[in-house]
Design a protein around this ligand. Sequence first.
Ligand code: FPP
Length: 234
Amino acid sequence: MPAAQMKKPEVIPPHIAIIMDGNGRWAARRMLPRSAGHKAGFDNFVSIVRECGKLGVSYLTVYAFSTENWQRDKQEVEYLIRLMNSGMTSFLPEMKKNNIRLKLCGDLSRFDEQSRKMLDNCVETLKDNTGMVLSICLSYGGRQEILQAVNRLLDEGKKNINEEDFRKYLYTADIPDPDLIIRTSGEIRISNFLLWQSAYAEYYFTDVLWPDFNKEELYRAINDYGRRSRRFGK
Ligand code: FPP
């Protein structure tokens, strides 16, 4: 069913998180270089941020670059960083206008100075916005996030901490846990994404490759979520 005819979802998950997978396969199917897939993936990221904003999603978290992605071919890593720098710089004025706040999750120290400055500038420019919180996971790994939290707790000499104390040390300290986690491209695994935070999330897996995950697919995922009954183990 085309998006125009598709019913706007009635139940909107407050926090949607997305593993944006399949850019490489999207390019390969078109006999294009992987970089073309990433470019299409970034353009789609911009479209999905817009759609989530229009739907009234409060928090959108995307997995853009994992700790494992550093091991990819040097040229691909460099391309992804250039794409992030140019893409985020172009998207910034629209995010400002649309009242989006930006959060970054991950070990940003691994990025070069130019990229860190660009990212800092985006966060700073958007800090007084009050609408949807967009969190971008960059150089992010769930295990690494948990370990950095444990190490900070040890440095501070903390003992016998509870869940509420622990979550304050995660990158996502000031945002709620995800309600719906979407993964594109047919892979059915979580790949080190939001390991702690996903304890009670609903998962939605689709074969659609990330650059093709359009408004219609987003509605389909949210409508599927709306039909589920969440009991949080009770
Ligand atoms: C997975 O596709 C995607 C990535 C490794 C990250 C790229 C993400 C984007 C370009 C979108 C948004 C970026 C930012 C900075 C917000 P893949 O290369 O693993 O695809 P494959 O599994 O088909 O090879």
